[in-house]
Design a binder for this molecule. Structure first.
Ligand SMILES: NC(=O)c1ccc[n+]([C@@H]2O[C@H](COP(=O)([O-])OP(=O)(O)OC[C@H]3O[C@@H](n4cnc5c(N)ncnc54)[C@H](OP(=O)(O)O)[C@@H]3O)[C@@H](O)[C@H]2O)c1
Length: 322
């Protein structure tokens, strides 16, 4: 089967992608909209006329970004509320506020995330990255499902990463309780979880008109790298000695485009459970595609793992009593 592709070049800006798209009457929820790719995602959606809800951890920064974007796009239908994905109580509160404001949600972009954090636990005792990147969004999406179903066809976008290659789900020890902590394995696991979540959500809700796809946005220098030790970005070749990003890296506006494509493209109508990057359906890494830059490891889209992770996530959340 030919992979699904956008007609635009892989490095198109998110706003260019929506230049001819009318999202008036559509409601989008974008987590982590106060920085990095989130800002550019919200900018593009507002520019196309959508109503945008921004659940953010830092509401003062979120309000400032919302004001700036409203002024730039001429669309002031943008609303900020508090969400800490590292606390299931906060997720519940945020979901209730979102549902009260938006009984129908057409687009949910699970964009917020942390990378390579020092070892730590969320408020509910989960490893920081698994808890924040996966379980927080898992629970938020489940709680928002009535509004997504009410708006169907509706789309969920799960920000994954090429870093999913670093780890499958650590079934025996997802929270690093019995094995030494590794910040990159933990990030990799959480990004595999984001992709598997899209697969199982589409299986469960696709026939009712709610689909989800996973997105690797590319490499982009944003606030995400803040937990990397000084010099690591240079050693990895992400930036040069002057702090200039490697030419293979994208700008935040380019980095937001695959999310926005996943959320709106007509060529993805009714399509879920894919891994998307560079404005196209990705391909599995195997002998035919050994690229270090493009492609997904099959563990990220494995249907059995996706079901198993959904059940595990439900059980883990249930055990917290939240
Ligand atoms: N940049 C890349 O190269 C790259 C590559 C692959 C995948 N991604 C993925 O793309 C997404 C966006 O990343 P980005 O590059 O735009 O990074 P970013 O600039 O650091 O933005 C991440 C956002 O997530 C928010 N966030 C973190 N923890 C949170 C929590 N507990 N509750 C609520 N919000 C929280 C952050 O808020 P605070 O500022 O308050 O922490 C921030 O607004 C992430 O999911 C990331 O894994 C990025």
């Amino acid at each position: 089967m030919t992979p699904i592709k956008s007609p635009l070049a892989p490095r198109a800006d998110a706003a260019d992608l929506l230049k001819d798209t009318d999202l008036r009457g559509r409601t989008a929820v974008v987590t982590g909209g106060a920085s990095g790719l989130g800002v550019e995602t919200v900018r593009a959606l507002l520019g196309a006329g959508a109503r945008v809800i921004m659940p953010v951890r830092d509401t003062a920064r979120g309000e400032q970004v919302a004001r700036d974007l409203a002024q730039e796009t001429g669309n002031s239908d943008v609303h900020v509320l508090h969400l800490d994905l590292g606390s299931l109580a906060s997720v519940r509160q945020a979901a209730a506020a979102i549902l009260a404001a938006a009984p129908r949600i057409h687009i949910l972009i699970n964009n917020a995330g942390v990378m390579a954090t020092p070892q730590g636990l969320t408020a509910d005792g989960f490893e920081t990255q698994f808890g924040t990147n996966h379980l927080g969004h898992f629970q938020l999406t489940r709680l928002l499902m009535p509004a997504l179903l009410a708006a169907a066809p509706a789309r969920v976008v799960a920000l994954s990463s090429s870093a999913h290659r670093l780890s499958d789900i650590r079934w025996d020890d997802p929270n690093f309780q019995t094995t030494p902590y590794d910040p990159w394995q933990a990030y990799g696991q959480s990004k595999t979880a984001n992709a598997l979540f899209a697969v199982e959500l589409s299986r469960r809700y696709g026939l009712q008109g709610v689909t989800a796809n996973a997105v690797h946005p590319g490499g982009i220098m944003t606030g995400l790298q803040k937990h990397m030790p000084e010099g690591e970005a240079q050693r990895r070749g992400w930036i040069d000695e002057n702090g200039v990003p490697n030419p293979a890296f994208k700008t935040p506006a380019q980095g937001a485009s695959t999310s926005v494509w996943a959320a709106t493209a007509p060529e993805l109508n009714g399509v879920g459970g894919l891994f998307l990057e560079d404005l196209q359906q990705s391909t599995p890494l195997d002998g035919a595609n050994p690229s270090p830059l493009f492609g997904y490891r099959p563990h990220a889209l494995d249907a059995d793992s996706a079901r198993r992770l959904w059940t595990l996530s439900e059980e883990l959340i249930e055990q917290t009593g939240q």
